[in-house]
Ligand binder design. Structure first.
Ligand SMILES: Nc1ncnc2c1ncn2[C@@H]1O[C@H](COP(=O)(O)OP(=O)(O)OP(=O)(O)O)[C@@H](O)[C@H]1O
Ligand SMILES: [Mg+2]
Length: 219
């Protein structure tokens, strides 16, 4: 379902060039729950953004369900992404002026009562039925991350990308968030790609890919 081949990505600052992805290959099957691990600065976030169509590699291809996403123009790629993928970011990335319900509704393609009811059901599922009209700054970190999970799932994407979804939470809250993410992904038969530093968290996935020196070190 996700195939990356020969990904290259480097950044130049002044005279220095940092090779982040260095001919990286990977394959992730439909429904698999995969963790991306590796030291800080190894390129986990860069890889996730590249797989998700957000950051064009300098070389290489990403195929999602057979579609070569960087062969699409920007507009088609954005549409493809919205249809196929959901994102959860480390720092939640909620819109500060929107309520929990409005934030979680952002990615739903259709508006209207039915869509709103679905998003409310999802927010209830993540334990926020009584926080629908709260603003992000009226929610705890764990609650904000639950809103972000609801937002990522609201349009029912086949793939969920999560970058350190528990990075800002204490271990109890982090564990609960992960349980929730896993059960929602399993129920929907979704592919889940999660970045983490934490080896004990990664042990819960089907597979861990270790990113080191710009490639998957344990391929
Ligand atoms: N826009 C950019 N410009 C220049 N260098 C960048 C840019 N984005 C990332 N880098 C560099 O690329 C390397 C990989 O960054 P990346 O964010 O992918 O690492 P990471 O594995 O996610 O690290 P962490 O675990 O700390 O989040 C880092 O050395 C970083 O400094
Ligand atoms: Mg990162």
């Amino acid at each position: 379902m996700i195939t990356a081949s020969n990904l290259h990505r480097s950044y130049s600052i002044g005279h220095n060039t940092i090779e982040v992805l260095h001919g990286l290959d990977l394959h992730i099957n439909k429904g698999e729950k995969v963790f991306l691990c590796g030291p800080s600065g190894a390129g986990k976030t860069t890889l996730m953004y590249t797989l998700a169509g957000l950051e064009q590699p300098q070389q290489g291809k990403v195929l999602i369900d057979g579609t070569d996403i960087y062969a699409l123009n920007l507009k088609k790629r954005a549409l493809f992404r919205n249809k196929t993928m959901g994102f959860i970011f480390q720092n939640y990335m909620l819109m500060p002026e929107l309520t929990a319900l409005e934030n979680a509704s952002l990615a739903t393609a259709v508006a209207g009562r039915e869509a709103t009811e679905q998003v409310i059901a999802l927010l209830e599922r993540v334990g926020l039925g009584n926080r629908l009209h709260h603003l992000p700054n009226e929610l705890s970190g764990g609650e904000q991350q639950r809103v972000a999970i609801a937002r990522a799932l609201a349009h029912n994407p086949a793939i969920i990308f999560a970058d350190e979804p528990t990075g800002n939470l204490d271990s109890r809250n982090g564990g609960q968030i992960l349980d929730l993410l896993f059960s929602l992904a399993e129920e929907g038969g979704k592919t889940l790609v999660t970045v983490t530093h934490d080896a004990s968290i990664a042990a819960r996935g089907d597979r861990t890919l270790i990113i080191r020196d710009g490639v998957v070190a344990n391929a």
